[in-house]
Design a protein around this ligand. Structure first.
Ligand SMILES: *[C@@H]1O[C@H](CO)[C@@H](O)[C@H](O)[C@H]1NC(C)=O
Ligand SMILES: *[C@@H]1O[C@H](CO)[C@@H](O)[C@H](O)[C@H]1NC(C)=O
Ligand SMILES: *[C@@H]1O[C@H](CO)[C@@H](O)[C@H](O)[C@H]1NC(C)=O
Ligand SMILES: *[C@@H]1O[C@H](CO)[C@@H](O)[C@H](O)[C@H]1NC(C)=O
Ligand SMILES: *[C@@H]1O[C@H](CO)[C@@H](O)[C@H](O)[C@H]1NC(C)=O
Ligand SMILES: *[C@@H]1O[C@H](CO)[C@@H](O)[C@H](O)[C@H]1NC(C)=O
Length: 474
């Protein structure tokens, strides 16, 4: 197979200043794909399927010590025995049959070191982000207004809805979409035509902790979002900033180009508003504290952290959780009639119900979408200025939607570029190498900040350098 590539940019987190160190945990293997959720449904079979990364001890009910004691993890840093899981993405043909969409490259868990002194997760800490029953996005402008957000845009509910992202990947388009740019599933025609490299599902976890509870009844209320979702200030009562987690999972939606049907999350959600995810720490707390203190490279590369023991991608593939006996005949990969667990597809906009039905008739025709969210977004966006406007918002995302918004007075002009590192990812059976490029930017005019007349910031973005790598699958 012959590949020819051009050099283009890839969407990336852009971080500036020393307070914005991070590392990107590659979890290339998949520990499990099954209807298990030890946070929401401890000790029993869960309603819908999840793709699980991390500790090999994952099961229906699992303790911190059990996760730690596992002899393996599907993440590349062997000290990380955490459990990470999100719903899987399925394609449903018009006759109701579903198949699993191929997951490219496992998952990336970003550990972002925002806050003055981010704390490690204590033993037993767990949390949930998102709401599997959510099916709408009402009362908010689409796309997001420019940051900094205020007022009705920074309620915890609004922030929670903005913590999910559906990124249309098309590596030859420059610039790429920003992280958390679009908060819903693009429609099938849009994906077919525009997203030649698949769809990246993004999930930001809340990073403001109440400082005492390891969990809470809804698994969420011990945590809150900072007011700009990724960056910003913590609400009162949630003053302990823990290390910030962002998950990214890429699905090969392009494999279904031209095929009639729809994409649907395993929880019966074709809208995307019900995307969610779970985390249970499996880090030794002192070790994680040392990593926070030491692994402050702005490259995000785990190789830059001397503390990490790094295993090969091949070894991450070997770590598998034991499948519960009750699920021996579950077929979440498909082809199967409907979604596994008999989960019914619910289009919203009403809050979804727990109900499941094994009748495929209920899943075959999509009603016309009546939510406030346009199904076909525009791809117009540009590098935002506000992320450079002050130190407070200096970190975070630099590329975001400005469609329908008056363009900023002057776009930052890159003045110098330098390759600072590389990382790899897999797509359609090929392994790509991505160079991370550091770009110095001068911002000469700032819409919201009067004090800052002339700022120099630098940020990083990924420059994709797709090459034939020695590791092509076929
Ligand atoms: C981990 O233990 C299981 C049995 O409990 C074994 O099958 C597997 O090979 C072990 N994996 C590693 C990486 O040692
Ligand atoms: C539904 O359609 C798909 C695609 O044509 C096909 O592969 C599958 O076998 C069909 N399912 C049934 C039950 O006929
Ligand atoms: C969010 O901010 C935009 C722009 O400032 C404003 O028009 C909108 O009403 C705000 N949304 C809410 C829910 O307050
Ligand atoms: C593809 O993206 C372009 C640019 O945003 C848009 O105009 C077009 O409608 C999209 N295609 C489909 C089929 O949605
Ligand atoms: C639907 O089928 C699954 C097995 O595929 C079963 O576990 C579930 O209980 C069924 N649900 C209903 C409502 O019949
Ligand atoms: C939108 O979702 C909320 C739950 O978050 C629900 O209360 C509301 O009724 C939904 N709106 C519509 C129009 O169904």
């Amino acid at each position: 197979m012959k590949y020819s590539f051009t050099s283009t940019a890839l969407a990336a987190l852009s971080l500036s200043g020393s307070a914005s160190a991070f590392w990107r945990m590659p979890c290339r293997g998949r520990t499990a794909l099954e209807r298990v959720d030890p946070i929401v449904d401890p000790g029993k079979i869960s309603g819908h399927a999840h793709t699980v990364q991390g500790s090999g001890a994952f099961k229906e009910s699992v303790t911190f010590d059990e996760l730690r004691a596992s002899n393996c993890t599907s993440c590349q840093v062997t000290q990380d025995k955490s459990a990470y899981w999100v719903p899987s993405l399925h394609f449903q043909y018009t006759n109701g049959t579903t198949v699993l969409v191929n997951q490219d490259g496992g998952m990336l868990a970003y550990y972002l070191l925002y806050g003055d002194d981010p704390k490690p997760f204590p033993p037993g800490f767990r949390m949930l982000a998102g709401d599997p029953f959510q099916r709408n996005f009402t009362g908010l402008p689409v796309p997001d207004p420019p940051k900094p957000w205020t007022g009705g845009n920074v309620t915890q509910e609004a922030l929670r809805l903005k913590a999910v992202g559906f990124n249309c990947l098309h590596y030859s388009v420059n610039p790429p979409e920003g992280t958390l740019y679009r908060h819903f599933m693009p429609d099938k025609d849009f994906l077919d035509e525009n997203c030649s490299d698949g769809l990246r599902l993004e999930l930001m976890f809340p990073s403001c902790w109440n400082g005492k509870d390891l969990d809470s009844e809804d698994h969420k209320s011990h945590m809150a979002y900072p007011d700009q979702v990724i960056t910003g200030d913590c609400p009162s009562g949630y003053d302990t900033r823990v290390v910030s987690l962002l998950y990214e999972v890429i699905w090969n939606t392009q494999a279904f180009k031209g095929v009639d049907g729809q994409f649907v999350l395993s929880n019966g959600d074709p809208t995307g508003h019900g995307y969610h995810g779970d985390f249970i720490t499996g880090w030794d707390e002192d070790f994680l504290q040392s990593a926070i203190n030491t692994c402050t490279s702005e490259s995000g590369e785990i190789q830059d952290c001397p503390l990490f023991n790094i295993q090969s991608e091949a070894d991450t593939q070997l770590c598998k959780a034991e499948v519960p006996e009750a699920l021996a005949n579950d077929n979440c990969e498909g082809p199967s009639d409907g979604l596994c667990g008999g989960v019914q597809v619910q289009y919203g906009p009403a809050y979804a119900t727990m109900g499941s039905s094994n009748s495929s008739a209920s899943t075959t025709s999509a009603p016309s979408y009546t939510g406030s969210t346009p199904l076909v977004p525009t791809l117009s966006y540009q590098t935002s200025l506000e992320s450079f406007a002050s130190d407070k918002y200096g970190g975070g995302i630099t590329i975001e939607a400005v469609s329908g918004v008056t363009p900023a007075p002057s776009a930052p002009t890159p003045v110098t570029t330098e390759i600072v590192g590389t990382t790899t990812f897999t797509s359609a059976g090929a392994v790509y190498e991505v160079a991370i490029e550091e770009v110095d930017v001068y911002v000469t005019e700032i819409a919201t900040a009067t004090a800052a007349a002339k700022h120099k910031r630098h940020y990083q973005h990924h420059r994709l350098n797709r090459r034939e790598h020695g590791l092509l699958a076929q």
